[in-house]
Design a protein around this ligand. Structure first.
Ligand SMILES: [Zn+2]
Length: 81
């Protein structure tokens, strides 16, 4: 893939930025979506790199992201038994 800012495979309006490139030029690139933070390497299969092939059950909308529950806090340690 040679596109510098591909659309995000996971969320509907995310655009990726180039995060890293292969040490050997032109072999692979790593992209990250600025909206949902999904990150992928250009050489991964279509189900991980192209929106049309990304599994429907894992796709996200902006509303999904904004309404995502917060990660629960780690509870205090229980006392020793
Ligand atoms: Zn995204």
């Amino acid at each position: 893939m040679s596109i510098s800012n591909p659309p995000c495979p996971r969320c509907e309006d995310g655009v990726a930025t180039l995060l890293a490139t292969s040490p050997v030029p032109g072999v692979w690139q790593v992209f990250q979506c600025g909206t949902c933070l999904y990150t992928w390497r250009s050489t991964e299969p279509a189900r991980r790199t192209e929106r049309a092939s990304y599994p429907a059950e894992f796709r996200m909308t902006r509303a999904d992201i904004e309404n995502a529950p917060q990660v629960p806090a780690v509870p205090p340690l229980r006392g020793r038994p």
